[in-house]
Design a protein around this ligand. Sequence first.
Ligand code: NDP
Length: 469
Amino acid sequence: MSPFDFDLFVIGGGSGGVRAARMAAQRGARVALAEVLGIDGLGGTCVNVGCIPKKLYSYAAHYAEAAEEAHGYGWEGPAPTLNWQTLKANRAREITRLNGVYHHLLQGSGVTVINGFARLEGEHGVGVATLNADGSAGHQSFTARHVLLATGGTPHVPHFAGREHVITSDDVFDLPDFPRRLVVVGGGYIACEFASIFNGLGAHVTQLYRGEQILRGFDDEIRHFLAAEMAKAGVDLRLNAGVLAVERHSDGLLVRLEDGNTVAADAVLYATGRLPNVNGLGLETAGVAQSGQGAVQVNSHYQTNVPHIYAVGDVTARVQLTPVALGEAMVVVDHLFGPQAGKPPRAMSYEAIPTAIFTHPNVGTVGLSEADAGAQYGQVTLYRSEFRSLKHTLSGSTERTLMKLVVDTATDRVVGLHMVGADAGEIVQGFAVAMKAGATKAQFDATLGIHPTAAEEFVTMREPVKAGR
Ligand code: NDP
């Protein structure tokens, strides 16, 4: 008879938490998962206010392009107009459906789902603040052999005058009225994606980035190319643009910039990074070590300095991506409860993580930037193809596509693969398998293209180009 109520208590019902709970329960462990099920249901940031609704809105924005481009293919008639309320309602319905799917999956696996705010409490203890049926506050205490922290992250807005007037990615999906004039602050994934999406949906978008070029850390050529494409599509992208203050006036908001300029807006979206969700978790009482920004520190098994407490996903502030949290969750489950029958225990590699930015056009990337590859391998050979896609020969769109390969000259291995163009995320996913397998440029060359596609360019680039163009 176990001295604990549960073998595993998961705090947080996002991507990492749900995956760990489900897989642990399927291995026969007694598992509980606590999550505050209020406006948002199970699924965490990704399902409720992240990847999924963002991608739906990105699809919505692409329809505007498609309607415009269809004229070149002979389609006639007036341009359709966006009904923001319909888009919001349909998105909300789909998210609610997904929340239900997650619930169903957990219950089907035998996980006990507890609705409430959980915190670490005493030795192997977890306390959950719940709501009683009559609306009064309740409290339940549990013990668990292992605890998994999977509480995710939350948008970070820096301090400045008028901070209370701005919104974050948590709010943007449900704005009561469509923002005709949107200011987006930041130059990372979220800022670039929402600048593109709202531009596509018909807003006048001004994106303000404090540095020299958006998407710091990505391949420089990709950054410049994307910035130019976004600007061409209509985003008013302003670099070296620091915000001094945001003021509310009778006709909307006014953003005051450090250089003395102002921008009028109906909404100001701050996308300036995310911080780990650790408030109220009881980490200090349990003695769980944290980094400077509050992130929970873990070892290669995602174990904290308190041996029975583990953490995965954004709360550890390592790589803030859903597939990474899922992978980490599987490692924890294999470590604690053994691998799946007949399979070795899983390990996570943080090398060559493929990723996409759902800007218009998309960015897809895997492996190293030209600069990072140069620093790591010394000599690299570059291949590059820039073109207007076949689709746009008739569509009238001036959008261009860029594809780039970075090859370690000594071994011929492709160590970086980058694309700006339609469906870059879809295209790069497949190439990521080849990169993971250590594919060489010779093997890319030996692969036949699928004609006519944009993707075939990745296997037909023959002539190297000079670095640092
Ligand atoms: P990022 O860290 O990607 O970008 C933050 C941006 O805000 C940077 O441009 C940064 O500038 C800027 N910034 C930071 N602090 C300030 C400040 N005080 N004032 C002005 N600008 C500031 O964070 P995001 O919020 O965009 O996204 C968080 C994470 O979520 C991403 O890193 C990504 O891992 C994940 N994500 C993934 C997506 C996908 O896979 N498609 C989509 C959305 C999010 P600087 O570069 O100068 O520091």
